[in-house]
Design a protein around this ligand. Structure first.
Ligand code: PLP
Length: 394
């Protein structure tokens, strides 16, 4: 595609970026290359096209689109969000782009459970270490540094309280200390946040969520500079985190509607949040679009949309009352995960944070009456009526 025709607006990028020009045999949609290996010519033995290497046509088309959306030089697709996260983290916590032992990673307080598990259940065995920092206390970050600190890792929006990471301050700190910055942008998606524009080195996404949007595949991706992605690609090759071409095709199809899906979820989530905030059975609502959210101003500065995720606390509720509400919805499906066309509702205390003691959970603000919602694309009035009906059971 000539430079004059390189799409800049995200909705155009979603449709056209990364696609082959001219199209393969005139096909309007990239066909599926369900093929494990390519002929050695013309690329030679050093650039062999092999399915586990994530370097077949479907991988490249998808990577081109994801890179454009993130505002990054390039992207690598992976078998899952965790494949992308583990490859990025391990590569840079080990020094010299994954080739030297040891290394320490700093991370923002609350992390997705799988990421937290990788750090707490595997890092020490791999000879790596990690520590949490309080994202709201930049004055304490330097004290957490060690000579072997190499990475700062955060999530754009935290789970389940939707705290917004101070992206600019983290980048300044990391640059000062020559650290690699990695951010999990899954809750926001590139429609609502593009952390590369704020100076982050690498963005990881679980494409299983908003990017695909239909709750029917697992995939992940890392976006960044070619220099940073080279060693991550190598780690993925070695660990085997390959995305199947058929899943690439489905993800590419899902991606094309990302803009309309995310903006609609943004709008409906804001309505649901305002409705819940005014509801007598609800003590508190966590959504960055509400003026009452502690990071509302930061969210307005950093995000193009406040997202489709929210959490709310039932007034004076125990786990049993929470269960009655969760079991009382007819449209909201009682299930974890997020970012699909269907609205989902779940108890963090019973799911993502179930392994923590009640005290540790409560210290993080995750009460027994906390309910997390992923707002889908159903009619907003019917969603509100469904919640109202379920809340009567609290
Ligand atoms: N990051 C976040 C914020 C998530 O919520 C999840 C999954 O729920 C992941 C990463 C992991 O993604 P996957 O299940 O695609 O490996």
């Amino acid at each position: 595609m000539s430079d004059a025709h390189t799409p800049k607006a995200i909705d155009t990028q979603l449709i056209h970026a990364g696609e082959d020009v001219p199209a393969r045999q005139g096909a309007v949609i990239t066909p599926i290359y369900q093929c494990t290996v390519f002929e050695i010519e013309p690329h030679g033995y050093d650039d062999l096209g092999y399915i586990r290497y994530n370097n077949l046509p479907n991988h490249y088309v998808l990577a081109g689109k994801l890179a454009a959306l993130a505002g990054a030089e390039d992207a690598v697709v992976a078998a899952s969000g965790m494949a992308a996260i583990s490859a990025a983290m391990l590569t840079f916590t080990c020094g010299e782009n994954g080739r030297a032992p040891g290394g320490h990673l700093l991370h923002g307080g609350a992390l997705y459970g799988g990421t937290h598990g990788l750090l707490t259940r595997r890092y020490a065995a791999f000879g790596l270490s990690h520590s949490g920092i309080d994202l709201e206390r930049p004055d304490t970050w330097e004290a957490a540094l060690r000579p072997e600190t190499r990475v700062v890792y955060v999530e754009t929006l935290s789970n389940p309280l939707l705290e917004v990471a101070p992206l600019g301050a983290l980048v300044d700190f990391a640059r000062k200390h020559s650290l690699i910055t990695i951010v999990d942008n899954t809750f926001a998606s590139p429609v609502n946040a593009r952390p590369i524009e704020h100076g982050f080195d690498l963005v990881v996404e679980s494409a299983t969520k908003y990017l695909n949007g239909h709750s029917d595949l697992v995939a992940g991706a890392v976006m960044g500079s070619r220099d940073h992605l080279g060693p991550i690609h190598e780690t993925l090759k070695l660990l085997g985190g390959t995305l199947d071409p058929h899943a690439c095709f489905l993800l590419q199809r899902g991606l094309k509607t990302l803009g309309v899906r995310v903006r609609r979820a943004n709008e409906t989530a804001l309505r649901v949040a305002a409705f819940l905030e005014a509801h007598p059975k609800v003590a508190r609502v966590h959504h960055p679009g509400l003026a009452s959210h502690p990071h509302h101003e930061r969210a307005a500065r950093l995000l193009d949309g406040f997202g489709g995720m929210l959490a709310f606390e039932l007034a004076d509720a125990d786990l049993e009352a929470t269960d009655r509400v969760l079991g009382g919805t007819q449209l909201f499906v009682h299930a974890p995960s997020l970012g699909g066309v269907e609205s989902l509702i779940v108890s963090p205390a019973r799911s993502s944070h179930a392994l923590m003691s009640a005290e540790a959970r409560h210290a993080l603000g995750i009460t027994d009456g906390l309910i997390r919602v992923s707002v889908g694309l159903e009619d907003p009035d019917e969603l509100l009526a469904d919640l109202d009906r379920a809340l009567a059971l609290a």
